[in-house]
Design a protein around this ligand. Structure first.
Ligand SMILES: Nc1ncnc2c1ncn2[C@@H]1O[C@H](COP(=O)(O)OP(=O)(O)O)[C@@H](O)[C@H]1O
Ligand SMILES: [Mg+2]
Length: 415
């Protein structure tokens, strides 16, 4: 079977080790030398040690855990659904664009703060990477669906969406180009409440509970940082940074997160042939149908028009939310060449991004465990992708080696 038709599997059915990976141990493409030796397992804290708050938070943040929406959330969402239009509100911003969403709608509009080219690149790279994830059947990390692009010199989109023009004119120079894509739903209300309870300094807790911006809650998993602390002066649930030490404390499955990130990076580098520059990983919600949908057989047994919705009569109760790992923000992504220069570009991009990826040469067992999981899955997926180009198999190993060297240099500088 050609390499590009193989599937990159899911964590529950990890794909078979390629012959090259088996040979790796003895050949000059060694993977062993890129892994850390783990002396002992970091099992000092048993699950029972967690308080009730932490246990709840742990289960709400676990990947693919199901979370039912609370009535007040659902009612607000349903009310917004039934109004013809609702106001656009800014839910995020970066150097490239400001992001707007409407209550009850599952899309976001990214309005460019720069020129058309940056957002057009976002559109192209988003589509490219997402189609490569689908091609490999890789679903452990989700990518928002990308819908459409509007260039700056087409005035009709803003003419048809005056509320958006009104909101965006406060931040962006209109006319501006626009990219419309699927919204990553915020984490559930209960999760947000628990995050504030656990991580917000007491003196600003009340303000955090009443700040509506905190409804747009996504969590950034920083597997490459042990610096998580509680009690700073500033607190926001928008892109809330959760560091490795905090995730380990909550007993989140950081090893499987690291494995998924390894596969995702390999697909971005070797299948999409990009440097994955400045991409973001976040924990967010997905909305899925409950099993309450009637089958054709069930429906044909019903004689008269009958109510078939959820017992609560709240439309949103037809859906359940799950917590998932998502990948977003592709405007800085660039193509790479399939050689040492391409690897150097990918290493530099990874080095200057926020610390989502595990780091090599860590002191604790857990840092070593997740580094090994990340690099093994990275190499394994890259070997699959490049199976028909044996001459390129050294490149993914050079990427992993490049991350190790970058970390060695950093340690020397910090010494
Ligand atoms: N599809 C989306 N769903 C939900 N929130 C989003 C989405 N896209 C972006 N955001 C939020 O907006 C922020 C800024 O968007 P981003 O695409 O990163 O802009 P920039 O390219 O300017 O950094 C993100 O960090 C995230 O919090
Ligand atoms: Mg960004």
């Amino acid at each position: 079977m050609p390499a590009n038709q193989r599937r990159l599997g899911t964590s529950s059915e990890s794909y078979p080790i390629s012959p090259t990976l088996e040979n790796d141990i003895s050949a000059n493409l060694r993977l062993c030398s890129l892994l850390s030796t783990v002396e002992q397992q970091d099992n000092t804290q048993e699950p029972g040690d967690l308080g009730e708050l932490e246990q709840q938070l742990s289960s709400m943040l676990s990947l693919r855990s199901w979370v039912s929406t609370t009535p007040s959330n659902a009612q607000q969402h349903t009310a917004a659904q039934s109004r013809r239009t609702s106001a656009f509100k800014k839910i995020g911003a970066g150097a490239c664009g400001a992001i707007y969403a409407q209550d009850g709608k599952s899309l976001v509009v990214k309005v460019s703060k720069a020129n058309d080219d940056s957002l057009w690149n976002d559109y192209k790279m988003h589509t490219r990477i997402s189609s490569m994830f689908s091609k490999g059947g890789f679903r452990e990390i989700k990518i928002p669906e990308v819908y459409f692009f509007v260039p700056r010199d087409d005035p009709r989109y803003f003419e048809h969406n005056p509320e958006l023009a009104q909101a965006a004119s406060q931040v962006c120079n209109l006319p501006a180009s626009v990219l419309v894509s699927e919204r990553i739903l915020p984490l559930a209300k209960r999760t947000r409440k628990l995050l504030i309870e656990k991580y917000c300094a007491p003196r600003i807790k009340q303000a955090a509970f009443s700040d509506t911006a905190n409804r747009d809650c996504l969590v950034r998993p920083y597997l490459g940082s042990m610096q998580g602390k509680i009690g700073g002066l500033f607190f926001s649930l928008r892109n809330f940074k959760m560091h490795l030490n905090q995730m380990v404390y909550l007993r989140l499955d950081v090893e499987s997160m690291a494995s998924s990130m390894g596969t995702a990076m390999a697909i971005m580098h070797w299948e999409a042939r990009t440097d994955a520059r400045d991409v973001e990983f976040v924990l967010g919600s997905s909305s899925k149908k409950t099993s309450a949908q009637l089958s054709l057989e069930e429906l044909e047994k019903i004689q008269h028009p009958t109510y078939t919705g959820p017992p609560s009569y709240i439309t949103e109760d037809f859906f359940h939310r799950s917590t998932d790992l998502w990948l977003l923000d592709f405007n800085q992504v660039r193509m790479i060449t399939m050689d040492e220069a391409g690897v150097a570009q990918a290493v530099e991009a990874a080095r200057i991004n926020d610390p989502y990826l595990p780091k090599p040469l860590g002191d604790s067992d857990i840092e070593k465990i997740i580094w090994n999981a990340f690099s093994e899955h990275y190499i394994r997926a890259a070997d699959f992708i490049l199976a028909d180009s044996q001459g390129l198999l050294r490149l993914p190993r050079l990427f992993i080696r490049g991350l190790i060297e970058a970390q060695e240099e950093k340690k020397k500088r910090d010494f």
